[in-house]
Design a protein around this ligand. Structure first.
Ligand code: FAD
Ligand code: DLZ
Ligand code: SF4
Length: 527
């Protein structure tokens, strides 16, 4: 479906995650003269080797969006992944389109990742026609607003940013006060799943013919990428995304708060929203999603702890991590505060591990291109941090395995929240936890080969074996952290000999699990 209009004057680039009607780059679009450029390119699919579902989702959503624009009379130069002359880079496709048409200018909406933003800036500096790069208005907090908020802060804390966003948006506000008298109901959102309680059935999206076409292309062209395509169930159009959101708001949101931190084996979705992919692609608008969740509370159909918790994730965390990413990049991506240098164990890819919690998190990542937040944070993230895996390898894994992975949201979560490689920009302390946490919040441990009650030795839960060694190994960097005062006091109380033994056992666990110094071959788990 490549079409160019000789009289066209403006070339408008729409990237794969810019599929919103209100995109700034489409302002004043003149269907009679302008051309929208959309290009499926290898560079975007392989700069990290994205999960097959992420590529299929992006291509399907792009194709659907292009068809919608064409339905409104807009000329779309759509370059498919298997088009013979495809240059396979966004800049290459911009150059080809300019060479093929007569454009007075190019309009681009700023993109979400540093590497592509730099490439687009370099293109703008050297192109034969003027290139205008416009702000992306699809976020609640602009770059300028975030910078203004951050300017006078010694520390950037999500909670205080979130309060500002609540005040400015009016979401869950009672005049000048937070609805219900408190800003944050997190303390009520830590319930373990009671015996016999299972999460509700979820509405997944049956692939349309467009989606099936994209799936077939990905199977053909990206067969060696991580992940399965069989379980594909992501919304690829606005209507599909709306249906999933409506189902969540009506049936799932009431339980979101109570079980926000809970995990259960074989239950990938729990009470989570499954909205990240749709938000990032532009199929849903974040402020609209928050307002609709608020309306469910106002109608008395979901409790405040659920609705506040959900809104905080989008209005607070999503906007905050984007702000941090752009404020601190590119230096942020080089941070390695804990000097972590170990390799990523191969079971992160294969799922071949006796650790029941980890095996389940890797399985859902492979089958669904999804794991919920607590699996990402307290299972795989916590494990990678305590093993001392190099942050580049951790970033690469998270960018590869999730359908919602974009560096602006992935990196502050991985390098910041989960592994403390940023030294405390996103979180005030490392989320290091022993197996006791996972045992409290899940049903994994009962069916695990490891003993969650044992502290050391081959049969002990690896999270337990790693925990004290992690604190001991990093004491020069972490001891001064006020929020770690208690565990460090406990560690001191153990005495020299026991501390040395725990450190040695933790090192044995690291090696046995396959987190080895660079260049060393991986040993077999449990050996
Ligand atoms: P819900 O739990 O229903 O939350 C609703 C929405 O809030 C999400 O869709 C998301 O847009 C937003 N949100 C929730 N938590 C966060 C957060 N910590 N940061 C930013 N936004 C948040 N999220 C991504 O979108 N892409 C990633 O690549 C990504 N990588 C992560 C890596 C690690 C190590 C961790 C700990 C978290 C990561 N997250 C990432 C955040 C979070 O886990 C996902 O947003 C969430 O699991 C998406 O599923 P959901 O839509 O069901 O979320
Ligand atoms: C994620 C993705 C993929 C897999 N493929 C494409 C593509 O072929 N063409 C495109 O325009 N966008 C793609 N994307 C989304 C981009 O990677 C995304 O726009 C940048 O990472 C900036 O957020
Ligand atoms: Fe995970 Fe340890 Fe529990 Fe096994 S015992 S499921 S490794 S926390």
């Amino acid at each position: 479906m490549i079409t160019t209009t000789p009289r066209a004057s403006t070339l408008r680039l729409v990237l794969g995650d810019q599929l919103s009607d209100g995109l700034s780059g489409l302002d004043e679009l003149d269907p009679a003269h302008d051309v929208v450029l959309m290009a499926e390119v290898r560079d975007e699919a392989t700069y990290v080797r994205h999960h097959k579902q992420k590529i299929a989702l992006t291509f399907a959503a792009m194709r659907g969006h292009a068809a919608r624009l064409e339905g409104r009379g807009v000329a779309v130069r759509y370059v498919r992944i298997d088009a013979p002359d495809n240059s396979h880079s966004i800049v290459g496709e911009l150059k080809r389109a300019i060479a093929a048409g007569r454009f007075d200018r190019v309009v681009v909406t700023e993109c979400g990742e540093w590497r592509l933003a730099e490439a687009l800036k370099a293109f703008a500096d050297t192109a034969d026609v003027p290139v205008e790069i416009r702000e992306d208005r699809r976020f609640i907090c602009s770059h300028e607003r975030f910078r203004r908020w951050a300017a006078d802060k010694r520390e950037l804390r999500m909670e205080f940013f979130y309060r500002e966003m609540r005040r400015e948006s009016g979401l869950l506000m009672d005049g000048a006060d937070p609805e219900g008298g408190r800003w944050n109901y997190d303390a009520e959102n830590r319930k373990k799943l009671a015996k016999g309680v299972r999460p509700p059935e979820r509405l997944r999206t049956t692939p349309s013919s467009t989606t099936r076409g994209a799936i077939a292309d990905v199977e053909r062209l990206f067969a060696d990428h991580f992940g399965d395509l069989e379980g594909f169930g992501w919304p690829t159009t606005v209507d599909e995304a709306e249906a999933v959101l409506e189902d969540f708001l009506a049936h799932i949101l009431p339980g979101f708060g109570d079980w926000q931190d809970a995990m259960a084996g074989g239950e990938p979705w729990m009470w989570h929203g499954l909205v990240s992919t749709s938000l990032h692609l532009g199929l849903l608008d974040p402020l609209d999603v928050c307002r609709r969740a608020e309306a469910v509370y106002a109608a008395g159909e979901a409790p405040l702890n659920a609705v506040e918790g959900f809104i905080r994730q989008i209005l607070g965390w999503r906007e905050f991590v984007r702000g941090v990413y752009w404020l601190k990049s590119p230096e942020y991506g080089r941070r390695n505060f804990l000097d972590a240098d170990r390799t990523l164990p191969s079971f992160f890819w294969s799922g071949d591990t006796a650790m029941a919690c980890v095996a389940d998190a890797v399985e859902t990542s492979r089958v669904n291109a999804y794991a919920h937040h607590i699996q990402r944070l307290m299972v795989t993230g916590n494990l990678a941090m305590m093993l001392g895996v190099h942050p580049d390898a951790v970033d690469d894994w998270y960018m590869t395995v999730y359908a919602d992975a974009y560096e602006w949201v992935e990196m502050p979560n991985t390098r910041g929240m989960a592994t403390f490689a940023d030294g405390g920009i996103v979180g005030s302390k490392p989320y290091a936890a022993s197996g006791a946490y996972i045992n409290r919040m899940s049903d994994y441990c009962g069916g695990c080969r490891y003993d969650v009650k044992a502290r050391s030795g081959d049969g002990a839960c690896p999270f337990n074996r790693l925990y004290w060694g992690f604190l001991e190994r990093n004491q020069d960097r972490l001891r001064g952290n006020i929020r770690l005062a208690m565990p460090y006091r406990t560690l001191e109380g153990f005495g020299e000999a026991k501390r040395a033994a725990l450190l040695a056992d933790s090192e044995a666990a690291r090696l046995a699990l396959g987190a080895v110094p660079p260049g060393q071959p991986e040993s077999v788990e449990g050996s």
